[in-house]
Design a protein around this ligand. Structure first.
Ligand code: THG
Length: 952
């Protein structure tokens, strides 16, 4: 495989879902005879067709092989326990994978020649659940699926794919790096168990205008996170069209030490959710990627056909492939963003404050369960210059493992802090491992050592490697802590040898900590501790290539506890020397280090005497001086809080945009003194601020986790105000609710942030909300609507399959004789889709609601029986239908089939996780009004406030 890729560009196949659609399969087709009596619907479960319609799947593979694909993907994208459980078909996972691959293999063999061998990639999709984002707005630490769950799920799938004799494993459409890290972990385990190895490809999907994955990582942070794995290739697929992918592909291409693949959608989705970039158009963009030597493997995702693949194969033939750059010798880490630690980085600060053993305040907050305030400590460190955050939960009074998991999960919801890599600090292996299972970025384990001998050391190192983390190695061995120079360097040298030679650990991912021990204790044996550390740093840097050196700096000054200024000054002096010796990073109280040159000369000299052990009476002299400097400490915390002095509206804005909930209670209390009635605070300053969040998101200046956080702050503000709003309502004697609205995210869809916001906004406006939650089956919606006598039914959905489900609900409401108006909202929904597909199904008003802030106006208009409104909407939708009919009539025949297929995409491969976010670097300034209109129509994000009033 590798030798082939060194010579030429390989061609991957195109979409499966798009090709299945034109067959117009119905429920009985999916069931076949074998599943005729299966208790639940299986329609739309494309992977099942490998068993019930192998003829059809074989035919599609054949088309792609004829078009010239070198690699075809087996029909196994959703053949995992999690996705199949939606159809109660978990027990089929092994068979689906085995048969899916075997089917593809039998066709590939037929087309394989010595000149052009054909390969089958067993594809592993992302599953529908995220291991690093909470689906519950109210509980950011909650996870719908864990790393351990995913490892089992993926191991099962990998076994099936290997049983079917796949040539390659392809983890594609990665929207959450933690999910794919679990997949890679599982695959590695399976390879080890089965004593074999297959090439592994990983392909991520970028879903937002800021160029990030759904879980918030930039593309280079993503690359760092999976660089530990032995990959054949890394690449991008799905959500963005090829054109929008270009800058991210270019970046991957520049940095990735693997082959690079790309298989984009056929352009951006159109108004109806289909893809219509023609083979010619798309081929031009692919040609540019090839000419610029960005890629080694090209293919297609949603909406691409054998026609596309044929064009790509022709361009790829004879073209020069991209050259793979060598691996970096830097230590590369990541949170949501990447961090490079190398000679050019000077010194990397690791924030020490999220440590229950190192900060009384943090320990108290964790013990008392004040997680918001504990998180604020992480954020404060990031703001004051920490580049990595050390987290330590080792406390006798805590369940360290549970606390580590809870805090890291919570930290993931705090984008200002989650931007940074985490250093997981514990003396217990199970705590370290629990931490590794929470972090999508590339983290650092702090620490392991030879304390328990070589076997334990090797075993841990191997696992750390599999999890994809870097490691701090303390200078300890079976005899204990190294305190003198010789033992410090001997232990580090021994550990280095074992790690690099026996564990296959890359030297770049090793960080030595040759023990920063306390000086100035009055004990003579301690006097040379700092000097020995400095010498050890120099030796390690000169003799252990590419390894880094770190240490816990505050340990140095324990003897001067209570005199913070003196301690901080001592740290600065120490670091000044240590950095010159080559120390790369240190655990410090970031933001509290005075500048070396700013330390008064007299004090600095005295500190230097102590640190460098220049005179025997250094400690006494410093103690004499200590009183003088006792209260000089200046805290930085003061500066960070400057925004608190801004006027109220600006503070509210700041809190929402930055996602800071800490002061909401105070600010809302103050707002209530200035605004009356209380609801006007929501309608005024809060809505203004959230609108700005929407605009920033639209402009790519914020990314999803940040927006989610702002939504949480909004919710917190609303919670503060709610009792007052209700009291005011009661006082005004207007207790009668404006109406009763049923909210539900439709079956097959778990997204509810937008729906929850709509719920809040409506209930603030006196509506009684009955929220049925997510994944709500049609029957439940209809029976609840009947039994609870609701006035309006509101459906929400974020992913493409929800469009079909909504159509189903509308039809069933008609059949069930319901009369309530229907409101439609959510990312994939659009006015066009509503007009074309939903209105014809239901005779009562069906209205698409563009964003949460419109929901009140729409609901009011519907319930006050505003005839004009309903007539106007009907009229507008009728127009949309007509012009749509005309435009599709003018399409050439073939395209109609394709357009129809595209509109009805139902499988995951064909469904980007977040449609509107898939706009990429789209800037409205560069496009014609027509394109802009198209953009607007389908850019409905759950908070599409960004577009309000800005466009034609
Ligand atoms: N090497 C490695 N990891 C480490 C250490 C190390 N982790 C823990 C520790 N040492 C580094 N972290 C700290 C954190 C805080 C303090 C010292 C080291 C500290 N805290 C104040 C004190 O104890 O006086 C408490 C201040 C407060 O409560 O606010 O000094 O060496 N690999």
């Amino acid at each position: 495989m590798t030798s082939l890729l060194l010579q030429k560009i390989l061609v991957l196949d195109g979409a499966m879902g798009t090709m299945i659609q034109p067959y117009g399969l119905t429920e009985p087709d999916f069931r076949g005879e074998r599943f005729a009596r299966h208790p639940v619907d299986v329609g739309g479960n494309n992977d099942l067709l490998s068993l019930t319609r192998p003829d059809l799947i074989r035919h599609i593979h054949e088309k792609y092989l004829q078009a010239g694909a070198d690699i075809i993907t087996a029909n196994t994208f959703n053949s995992n326990r999690l996705s199949q459980s939606d159809y109660q078909l978990e027990h089929l996972v092994g068979e689906l994978n085995r048969e899916g691959v075997a089917l593809a293999k039998s066709v590939a063999r037929k087309y394989s020649t010595p000149d052009k061998p054909r390969f089958v990639a067993g594809t592993l999709g992302p599953t529908g659940k995220s291991a690093s984002i909470s689906p519950d707005v109210n509980d950011p630490a909650y996870r719908a699926v864990t790393f351990d769950d995913l490892v089992e799920i993926y191991a099962e799938q990998a076994h099936g794919l290997i049983d079917g004799e796949a040539d390659i494993l392809l983890c594609e459409t990665v929207f959450d790096t933690l999910n794919v890290k679990a997949a890679l972990f599982a695959i590695e385990r399976v390879f080890t168990e089965r004593r074999l190895r297959l090439p592994v490809m990983v392909s991520a999907t970028i879903t937002d205008a800021a160029g990030r994955t759904l879980s918030g990582q930039t593309i280079d942070a993503f690359l760092c996170s999976v660089m530990h794995a032995d990959l054949l290739s890394i690449g991008l697929n799905c959500a963005l069209g090829a054109r929008q992918m270009r800058p991210y592909l270019e970046e991957l291409s520049r940095k990735a030490p693997f082959f690079v693949s790309v298989h984009p959608n056929a352009g951006l989705p159109n108004q109806a959710g289909g893809y219509d970039q023609s083979p010619d158009e798309m081929a031009e963009i692919i040609r540019d990627f090839i000419d610029r030597r960005f890629v080694n493997i090209v293919g297609g995702c949603c909406g691409t056909t054998p026609g596309h693949i044929e064009r790509f194969a022709r361009i790829a033939a004879g073209a020069k492939p991209r050259a793979v750059p060598p691996r970096s010798t830097a230590l590369l880490l990541s949170g949501l963003e990447p961090l490079t630690v190398d000679e050019s980085a000077n010194f990397t600060n690791i924030g020490e404050r999220c440590n229950v053993a190192g900060s009384k305040k943090f320990a108290r907050l964790i013990r008392e369960g004040k997680s918001d305030e504990a998180l604020a400590i992480a954020r404060m460190q990031a703001e004051t210059g920490a580049q990595i955050i050390d987290v330590n939960m080792d406390d006798a009074m805590l369940d360290a493992k549970a606390s580590m998991t809870a805090f890291l999960n919570l930290l993931a919801s705090e984008p200002d802090a989650a931007r940074l890599p985490v250093m997981i600090d514990s003396s217990k292996w199970d705590v370290l491992e629990a931490g590794l299972k929470c972090l999508q970025g590339k983290s650092v384990i702090n620490s392991i050592s030879l304390k328990e001998g070589e076997d334990a050391f090797l075993k841990k190192a191997t696992l750390i490697r599999r999890y994809g983390a870097a490691v701090v190695v303390m200078a300890f061995d079976e005899q204990g802590q190294a305190t003198d120079y010789d033992r410090r360097i001997d232990i580090c040298a021994r550990a280095y040898r074992i790690l690099t030679e026996e564990a296959g650990f890359p030297a770049t991912d090793i960080i030595f900590d040759p023990n920063i021990l306390t000086i100035g204790t009055g004990i003579k044996e301690h006097n040379n501790f700092a000097v020995d550390f400095l010498r050890a740093v120099r030796w390690i840097k000169a003799n252990l290539p590419h390894a880094r050196v770190s240490g816990g700096v505050s340990n140095l000054s324990f003897a001067f506890r209570g005199n913070n200024y003196l301690r901080e000054a001592m740290h600065s002096v120490f670091l000044y020397h240590a950095i010159r010796e080559g120390m790369d990073m240190g655990i410090v109280n970031a933001g509290l280090l005075p500048v070396y040159d700013d330390i008064p000369r007299k004090l600095r000299d005295a500190l230097e005497d102590l640190v460098l052990n220049r005179r025997p009476d250094a400690t006494e002299r410093l103690l004499d001086m200590a009183e003088e400097w006792k209260n000089s400490a200046v805290t930085v915390e003061h500066n960070i809080l400057q925004w608190r002095t801004l006027p109220l509206e600006e503070r509210i804005r700041h809190a929402l945009v930055k996602g800071i909930a800490d002061y909401m209670e105070t600010d809302m209390e103050e707002a209530r003194q200035c605004y009356s009635p209380s609801i006007s605070i929501i309608e005024g300053p809060l809505m203004n601020a959230i609108n700005e969040v929407g605009e920033l998101f639209g402009a790519g200046k914020m990314f999803l986790p940040q927006v989610v956080k702002s939504a949480r702050v909004m919710k917190r503000a609303v919670t503060c105000l709610q009792p007052f709003i209700e009291a005011e309502k009661a006082a005004s004697g207007n207790m009668k609710p404006a109406g009763k609205i049923l909210l539900a995210t439709v079956k097959g869809d778990v997204h509810d942030i937008g729906k929850n916001i709509v719920g809040v906004v409506l209930s603030c406006n006196n509506y009684e909300i009955i929220d049925l939650g997510v994944m709500v089956p049609c029957e439940k919606i209809i029976s609840a609507a009947r039994e609870q006598h609701v006035d309006i039914v509101a459906l929400s959905g974020l992913i493409t399959p929800s469009l079909d489900e909504m159509k189903h609900v509308a039809a069933e409401m008609e059949r069930g004789g319901l009369t309530q108006p229907l409101m439609i909202g959510g990312a994939t929904t659009s006015k066009v889709h509503t007009a074309i597909h939903l209105t014809p199904e239901y005779r009562y008003p069906v209205v698409h609601v563009k964003d949460a802030s419109r929901s009140v106006a729409v609901a009011n208009s519907l319930l006050t029986g505003n005839r004009d409104f309903v007539t106007q909407v009907r009229e507008e939708y009728r127009h949309i239908r007509e012009s749509y009919r005309q435009s599709s009539a003018s399409l050439p025949k073939l395209d109609i089939a394709r357009a129809r297929a595209n509109r009805l995409l139902i499988d995951w491969k064909a469904a980007p996780p977040v449609r509107p976010a898939s706009l990429g670097v789209w800037s409205w300034r560069n496009h014609s009004p027509d394109e802009i209109r198209k953009y607007i129509n389908w850019t409905f994000f759950f908070m599409a406030w960004q577009l309000k009033g800005k466009y034609p």
